[in-house]
Design a binder for this molecule. Structure first.
Ligand SMILES: NC(=O)C1=CN([C@@H]2O[C@H](COP(=O)(O)OP(=O)(O)OC[C@H]3O[C@@H](n4cnc5c(N)ncnc54)[C@H](O)[C@@H]3O)[C@@H](O)[C@H]2O)C=CC1
Ligand SMILES: O=C(O)[C@H]1O[C@H](OP(=O)(O)OP(=O)(O)OC[C@H]2O[C@@H](n3ccc(=O)[nH]c3=O)[C@H](O)[C@@H]2O)[C@H](O)[C@@H](O)[C@@H]1O
Length: 430
């Protein structure tokens, strides 16, 4: 089919390359000229495993195109996927201005009947509004329907997640919309759950917020474990055997980050408030996460008399391993606190270093390896679960650091092994 994707971020670009991979003809539209030029040359602006290979394959087979010219891209598309951002606003609500702009551009441009598919995460009821808005603003006499198709990929495994999704949720109000979406997704051979649009929109928040709740619950318990002498890692191991609980997303740590859990929890809380309802569970997950982000720093403050002039090794900047994305990364909440206190920071991240330099003006040194970062450090903070950090032998912390004092926000090491190596080691919930 002839598809157009609005937005070439994590969601739009991954959808675009995967749709081309399964044989659709895809045009990706973005307002960012530089990004479009980069993509045309076969270079991905974001780091995701296999993304660049799929990108090059799509370009070579002439199935994948990139443009800033939305008019021609929307004019005759059979389906247009909206994958633009819906960032958090100061009151917690989702900012729908990018979605609204694309809706306006579609209404101005379409010359044939088409299905508009909202892939961006949007508050319940947004699809109805987008449909009404497009219908009210159409220039040509065509029929445009809107369907919801929330995306569940996770960064770091985005291409794999799209190609092997656990399910594809489609929110439709007509047989036609359902049949178009079923045809688009047929080559993926994945389970398709067809529901009404509002249920589809809610499913996305429901899934993300449930995962956020799971993490906050483990972090809350981890803090209690420390007080009562239990080990959250052992507790999680015991819980995971129960299939009703499942083994994933039980990892306690320094709080969830990323572009979605933080904003999607707040957006659902906001939606509930708008309807006069207090969504207490999600509110609690948000509160736990806010305090969890600085739990290590607070612990270290109890141990250190000052950070002024202290050589601090920061291991990990990205919000999780496998991505160069820094959005809402726990590291970003801790680095300013350390700098404010006069710390002399050297930071390591295998892929997010460039983004950090571009986006923040932190006065700190960057180092290309874990070993160089640790060299001469008086204290070390671990913020991301990169394999390069995890694979560092406990003895290396002892050998390289001036004082082997480690605060691990990801529980990457066995406390007994660290102790045996002569490292003073603090982690979460143990
Ligand atoms: N990042 C993720 O892992 C996931 C994100 N989502 C949701 O998907 C949506 C998109 O998220 P990301 O891909 O992370 O966003 P992003 O911020 O990485 O990318 C958005 C892209 O849209 C472009 N854009 C803005 N206005 C445009 C317009 N009028 N026409 C064409 N392009 C335009 C921007 O230049 C940017 O390249 C959000 O609603 C997010 O909540 C859902 C699942 C996973
Ligand atoms: O809507 C979205 O954007 C996406 O949000 C998350 O994906 P993502 O944010 O990329 O990454 P996750 O692997 O879910 O991790 C989110 C945060 O939680 C943290 N986390 C995760 C799991 C865990 O057990 N403990 C924990 O602290 C991670 O370190 C990270 O900071 C969801 O997993 C995706 O299904 C969803 O599509």
């Amino acid at each position: 089919m002839n598809l157009t994707i609005a937005g070439t971020g994590y969601v739009g670009l991954v959808a675009g390359v995967c749709f081309a991979h399964v044989g659709h003809t895809v045009t990706c539209v973005d307002i960012d000229q530089k990004k479009v030029e980069l993509l045309r040359s076969g270079v991905s602006p974001i780091y995701e495993e296999n993304l660049e290979a799929f990108l090059k394959e799509g370009i070579a087979s002439d199935l994948l195109h990139f443009t800033t010219d939305y008019r021609s891209a929307y004019a005759s598309a059979e389906a247009i996927f909206i994958g633009v951002g819906t960032p958090e606003q100061s009151d917690g609500s989702a900012n729908l201005k990018y979605v609204a702009t694309v809706a306006r551009q579609i209404a101005e441009s379409v010359t044939h009947d088409c299905l508009v598919v909202v892939k961006s995460t949007v508050p319940v009821g947004t699809n109805d509004k987008v449909e009404q808005f497009i219908k009210d603003s159409l220039i040509n006499d065509v029929c445009v329907e809107v369907a919801s198709n929330p995306e569940f990929l996770a960064q770091g495994t985005a291409v794999h997640d799209m190609m092997h999704a656990a399910r594809i949720i489609i929110g439709v109000e007509s047989k036609n919309a359902e049949s178009v979406l079923r045809s688009i997704y047929a080559p993926f051979n994945l389970p398709i759950v067809a529901v009404k649009r509002r249920s589809a929109e809610m499913s996305k928040y429901a899934a993300n917020d449930f995962l956020a709740l799971k993490i906050s619950y483990m972090n809350d318990l981890a803090n209690l474990c420390e007080l009562v002498g239990a080990d959250i890692e052992d507790v999680a191991k015991g819980m995971a055997y129960d299939e009703r609980i499942g083994s994933r997303f039980l990892q306690a740590g320094i709080g969830y980050g990323g572009s979605c859990f933080p904003k999607d929890t707040k957006a659902l809380e906001y939606l509930a408030k708008q309807h006069g309802y207090n969504l207490k569970t999600v509110g609690a997950a948000v509160a736990v996460n806010t305090s969890q982000r600085t739990v290590l720093f607070k612990k270290a403050c109890n141990r250190m008399i000052t950070f002024n002039g202290i050589k601090v090794a920061v291991l990990g900047l990205a919000f999780k391993a496998g991505t160069d994305d820094l959005r809402e990364s726990p590291a970003l909440y801790n680095i300013p606190l350390l700098l404010e206190q006069g710390a002399d920071i050297t930071a390591f991240d295998p892929v997010a270093e460039e983004n950090c330099k571009k986006q923040f003006n932190f006065s700190m040194t960057y180092s290309p390896t874990v070993a160089e970062t640790l060299q001469g450090a008086q204290i070390c903070f671990i913020f991301t679960d990169w394999k390069e950090i995890k694979e560092t032998a406990p003895e290396e912390f002892k050998r390289l650091m001036r004082t082997p004092l480690v605060y691990d926000g990801r529980n990457l090491f066995d406390p007994a092994a660290m102790k045996a190596a002569g490292v003073e080691y603090y982690s979460i919930g143990r």
